[in-house]
Ligand binder design. Sequence first.
Ligand code: MRU
Length: 355
Amino acid sequence: MNSSAPVMETPTVGWVGDAASGFVRLIDQTRLPVELVEIDLHDVASLWEAIKSLRVRGAPAIGIAAAYGAVLGAQEAPLGTLADLKEVVKAATDHLRTSRPTAVNLFWALDRMDAIASVYEGPVAPLLGRLLDEARSIHDEDRAMCRSIGSFGATLVQPGSGILTHCNAGGLATSDYGTALAVIFSAHELGKNVRVFADETRPLLQGARLTAWELQRRGVPVTLICDNMAAQVMKEGKIQMVVVGADRIAANGDAANKIGTYGVALLARAHGIPFYVAAPSSTFDLSLVDGSLIPIEQRDPREITEGFGKVTAPTGIDVYNPAFDVTPAQLITGIITERGIISPVNADVIRVALG
Ligand code: MRU
């Protein structure tokens, strides 16, 4: 497979048709790996539900989907003035902002859509086309960012490495090639003979359902492990590198990612294994001085007590279900971005790298 081939033969998310009557089509990730099914979303409410329930998930993919959601919002406006249309678009983007709190790409993409609407002057109808153009730009830029992250990241991979990853930061989480998995796909294409160890990623099993599925389809050697096996696998010398994605990175480099990532970073440090975060510049939130300010999504207790429809805990049990944790910058060897590798990870280096 050559390096320009898309990872996802079926696009993770996309727009079908024109701005006035088109709709969002995306892979329903809740149904993987059992079946690869696309769903069509024609209104903001359905798109909000798709983000909330993780039919589309992963920070960049959420941002792209939400950007297209702003176009759906514009379609929902009754015939009226430009001011009316702008108001409806703003109401739609405000609503989409409430779907999930942690991935900053959601807010970054919606800020871009809001900016297009707010500065637009002219006849009413063309605004829809302008919004769709912006959503498509966000989508295309993400594709390019992922490829660049893959190229930079592959330089860090030693031939024959075992690489551990957590959650899913692949084609399903982005426009196409992934962030953490872009590093792995690129290294694989360069013939570096890597083997991936994929944490299954409790409680929603993004590692087992999505990462293992993507890597297997792509022909990358992958071994699935339970989250609580990572320490043992590291001790056995099977891991030479950890690479994960991120949902939001604070100005000092503290990085929020799927719950369990912080534990993996601690294990990597204890075993002297380099720990990398791969993320585009759109995942940085320089308005937050450190990771303690990153909002952490709390999810439905039933994801733990009766995940995938099977009751596994006593009725009425207290549950704590944060969806993300924050890995302190000191535990991160480097952050692989589309602009290059940030290392050491601290506020000064990040500020210079992101310009
Ligand atoms: O809850 P999810 O599945 O949306 O969480 C996704 C992650 O934590 C990913 O690692 C992160 O968004 C990076 S995706 C390139």
